[in-house]
Design a protein around this ligand. Structure first.
Ligand SMILES: Nc1nc2c(ncn2[C@@H]2O[C@H](COP(=O)(O)OP(=O)(O)OP(=O)(O)O)[C@@H](O)[C@H]2O)c(=O)[nH]1
Ligand SMILES: [Mg+2]
Length: 303
């Protein structure tokens, strides 16, 4: 299979070709770069391009359940929806990955929904997550809405949020959530705050805390498992999108520009890491790992 035939098939709506393109991209196969170049030409930008929604928050807050409910809403509105789920668990243990698949199962046979999980665990030499590329591919093949789910702890997990137009922070009333994500600095990047599991005690208190923390930012209540509040959340996300297309257009352009710069840096940094790993002498690496050669000295030898 050549990159161009794969791209042509994916653009024609072939799901298996799309799945393969995503896999090439995730494993950074050399052909993937060529395929992405071809897609780049077709990519639409600005108003009319898909809305990219980042959904973040602590583990177990209900992000996947909420994304699933938002996807159901998109489908009811006859929109095509894609999901990129960044999974911090090991691909081998399979726990959360499997959970997400099961939860998304009601969309499994829907040709207008595509869910792709990427594991952030054990990325060799700290390679970046290919989230920008995945979003670009979903964009190019015509999805209307793209959801990026990522846990709000860990640099590689939260860094991917730069790709999103609108970021929703999902919290649940359970103790500790607040502190955990506040520490990770995720509160600052979120455009909307969502208190999920509003069927549990403490939801109102948390909404008040969030509103006091930042009065200008909407704070909504949802029960993702029943769909309660999901329509209001979807409407709020859309309102934000409309603002970004209109009065906040300069801000949107800046975000997209930042995103493109971050994407470029990601590609360059990945290439540099690969080169460094490939060129490192085995003896030096052994010394480095043993602690008899400092990382700084090792870097100098590599130059
Ligand atoms: N009571 C209640 N339970 C919920 C609600 N939303 C989700 N859950 C449950 O909370 C658990 C975690 O939900 P997930 O959607 O997997 O949470 P997550 O944030 O995606 O979790 P990770 O991806 O592992 O970080 C599941 O058992 C859900 O069924 C809700 O609104 N109310
Ligand atoms: Mg999840």
């Amino acid at each position: 299979v050549t990159a161009s035939s794969l791209v042509a098939r994916a653009l024609g709506g072939d799901r298996r070709a799309l799945a393969r393109l995503l896999t090439w991209t995730c494993s950074r196969r050399p052909e993937a770069a060529e395929a992405l170049d071809r897609l780049d030409v077709r990519r639409r930008r600005g108003p009319g391009s898909p809305l990219v929604v980042g959904v973040t928050g602590p583990p177990g807050a209900g992000k996947s359940t909420l994304v699933d409910a938002l996807v159901a809403r998109s489908r009811a509105l006859n929109r095509r929806a894609a999901v990129v789920a960044v999974d911090p668990s090991s691909p081998r243990s399979g726990g959360a990955l499997l959970g997400d698949r099961l939860r998304m199962e009601r969309h499994a046979l829907d040709p207008s929904v595509f869910v792709r999980s990427v594991s952030s665990a054990g990325r060799l030499g700290g390679l970046a997550l290919p989230v920008y590329d995945l979003v670009d591919i979903f964009d190019a093949v015509g999805f209307d809405e793209i959801f990026v789910e990522t846990v709000g702890v860990g640099q590689s997990e939260t860094g991917v949020l730069e790709v999103a137009d609108v970021v929703a922070l999902v919290l649940s009333p359970e103790a500790g959530d607040d502190v955990q994500v506040a520490k990770a600095g995720i509160h600052e990047v979120a455009d909307l705050a969502v208190v999920n599991k509003a069927d549990r005690a403490g939801a109102d208190r948390l909404v008040r805390v969030l509103r006091a923390e930042r009065p200008s930012r909407p704070a909504l209540r949802t029960v993702a498992s029943t769909g309660e509040g999901v329509e209001a959340l979807g409407a709020e996300i859309e309102a934000r999108h409309r603002a970004l297309c209109g009065p906040m257009r300069a801000e949107w352009d800046r975000r997209r520009a930042d995103g493109r710069e971050a994407h470029w840096l990601e590609i360059v940094a990945d290439a540099a890491r690969r080169t460094a790993l490939a060129q490192a002498r085995a003896e030096d690496l052994a010394e480095l790992r043993a602690g008899t050669l400092s990382p700084g000295r090792m870097a100098e030898r590599g130059r």
